[in-house]
Design a protein around this ligand. Structure first.
Ligand code: NAI
Ligand code: MG
Length: 491
């Protein structure tokens, strides 16, 4: 069995407490590796290494040189994409059909930010002051703590690490306790690319043992987190004690809104991709399907037909559409929400129970589940399930769709299906979410900012602007000649 240690200062380091914990394959239910169980002591060592790298070799490197290392890393990710993808699937149960491509695509983040590393420019600012020259510098923050979830471990790390390193920071990473292996395997590519020791460190373990000490560490300058809104809130509260900036990506309850003038077949596929892809375990899941009443019944019939045709089973098979749920607590949470929806009076028209048919193994499969008659005030419409459970909410008018769409605490994404360009523009303006997709769903890119409104988070990842979130700006004033103005009043 594989046994993984922490990765600190370019070395594989045993956990200080001498303890490891198991990581399982969600499909087979078997333990396949052991992961170092870290604590605050291990975090101290990793932060010290990251700080030394920041103040030493890495800090002295020019942005162009940093960028070249990121581009080299992108090439290595492409070379090893298949291997990394297989580790992801073994540890988190998402489909190889998706993870293979996703792991390869992740290289683009490293390449894009590698290119951007030496293009962050300050300004020369015209001021009203006589004889003083003023300019700005964008400087890295220092050590960035990165805390990632289990649903797309390497991709969500790439969103943080690529931009943070391009900006000149160093990193201490804590992957999810359910899916740490791929992040550790990835460290061999960091090393091969030629990053100096200490630039990227990984301490594995549980949220309170490792994540919290990273957030609380005085030498960690910023936290970048993806996960649940409650953990995000705790991290934000803790970071506030040190006025520490955070980037938070916290999931959602995204509306997928279909008008009666939409291309219905395309919208059905969009609804399917919104909720059953990745077994519904994505932050951008379109978990509320808003259907205009005039097409409701026709749409639901076709949706059920397509959902029923999904092949459930082995995530390593390219023919599988829906795999297992990643973690035992997540599996229980999904089943609990199905019960809640039933108790609240929603009508279960598909699934609604564990799946044990052909292809099922282990004990973490849930049938693709659809509820009709959902009212937007029900818990199934307000709380993130993070599973293959769709709630269908009927609506009358465009105004109703906007009101219902916005009437949640989250604001990550929304889908709009219509052939009317004016309506598409109005909807994109009025929906209070970080991403709006019109006649498509689940599109993301390294070039485009991603993040949430409201409880879905704070700050943006990807795109040009995100790099400023990992830097701070300094204003420098230089007098062209010395003078003896009255020192007791502001210059
Ligand atoms: P979580 O938010 O508890 O965990 C995410 C990461 O944060 C893990 O690495 C965990 O160890 C760490 N963590 C937890 N508490 C922490 C704390 N107080 N301080 C520092 N680090 C901490 O998510 P979990 O328990 O894995 O899943 C629970 C729910 O979260 C899911 O059912 C789903 O609704 C949501 N979720 C959302 C994701 C997204 O992409 N936005 C991803 C994963 C889960
Ligand atoms: Mg696992």
């Amino acid at each position: 069995m594989e046994k993984y240690n922490h990765y600190i200062n370019g070395n594989w380091v045993s956990p200080s407490a001498g303890e490891w914990f198991d990581t399982d394959n969600p499909y087979t239910g078997e333990t396949w590796a052991q992961i170092a169980k870290g604590n605050a002591k291990d975090v101290d060592v990793a932060v010290a290494a990251a700080k030394a790298a920041f103040e030493g070799e890495w800090g002295a490197m020019k942005p162009t040189a940093r960028g070249k290392l990121l581009v080299k890393l992108a090439e290595l990710v492409e070379r090893d994409a298949a291997r990394l993808g297989e580790i992801e699937v073994m540890d988190n149960g998402k489909l190889i059909a998706e993870m293979g491509g996703q792991t390869k695509y992740m290289a683009e983040w490293y390449r894009y930010y590698g290119g951007l590393a030496d293009k962050v420019e300050g300004s020369v600012i015209p001021t009203d002051k006589e004889g003083i020259f003023n300019f700005t510098r964008h400087e890295p923050l220092g050590v960035v703590g990165m805390i990632t979830p289990w649903n797309s471990p390497l991709l969500l790390l790439a969103w943080k690490l690529s931009v943070a390193l391009a900006a000149g920071n160093t990193a201490v990473v804590k992957p999810s306790e359910f899916t740490s292996a791929s992040t550790l395997e990835f460290m061999s590519l960091i090393e091969e690319a030629g990053f100096p020791p200490g630039v990227v460190n990984v301490v594995t373990g549980f949220g309170l043992d490792v994540g919290a000490p990273i957030v609380e560490h005085p030498d960690v300058a910023k936290i970048a987190f993806t996960g649940s809104d409650l953990s995000g809130q705790k991290i934000y509260e803790s970071a506030a004690k040190q006025i520490k900036p955070v980037t938070l990506e916290l999931g959602g309850k995204s509306p997928n809104i279909v008008f009666d003038d939409a291309d219905i077949e395309a919208a059905v596929m969009g609804a399917i991709s919104g909720i059953f892809a990745a077994t519904g375990q994505t932050c951008i899941a379109g978990s509320r399907l808003l259907l205009q009443k005039s097409i409701h019944n026709q749409f639901v019939d076709r949706l059920v037909e397509v959902a029923q045709s999904a092949t459930i089973g082995d995530p390593m098979s390219l023919d599988t559409h829906v795999g297992p749920v990643t973690t035992p607590p997540q599996y229980q949470k999904i089943l609990d929400y199905i019960d809640v929806a039933k108790q609240d009076g929603a009508t279960c028209i598909l699934g609604g129970k564990p799946y044990d048919g052909p292809g099922a193994k282990g004990s973490q499969f849930v049938e693709p589940t659809i509820f009709t008659g959902v009212d937007n005030t029900m818990r199934i419409a307000q709380e993130e399930v993070f599973g293959p459970v769709l709630g269908i909410i009927p609506f009358d008018t465009e105004e109703d769709a906007i009101r219902i769409g916005n009437d949640v605490n989250f604001g990550l994404a929304a889908g709009v299906w219509t052939q009317d360009i004016g309506r598409a523009i109005r909807m994109s303006e009025k929906l209070r979410v970080g991403t709006v997709w019109v006649n498509t769903y689940r599109a993301v890119s390294y070039t485009s900012p991603f993040g949430g409104y409201k409880r879905s988070g704070l700050g943006r990842e990807s795109g040009m602007e995100a790099i400023k979130d990992f830097m701070q700006v300094k204003s420098v004033w230089i007098a062209q000649q010395t003078s003896v103005a009255n020192p007791f009043i502001m210059r």
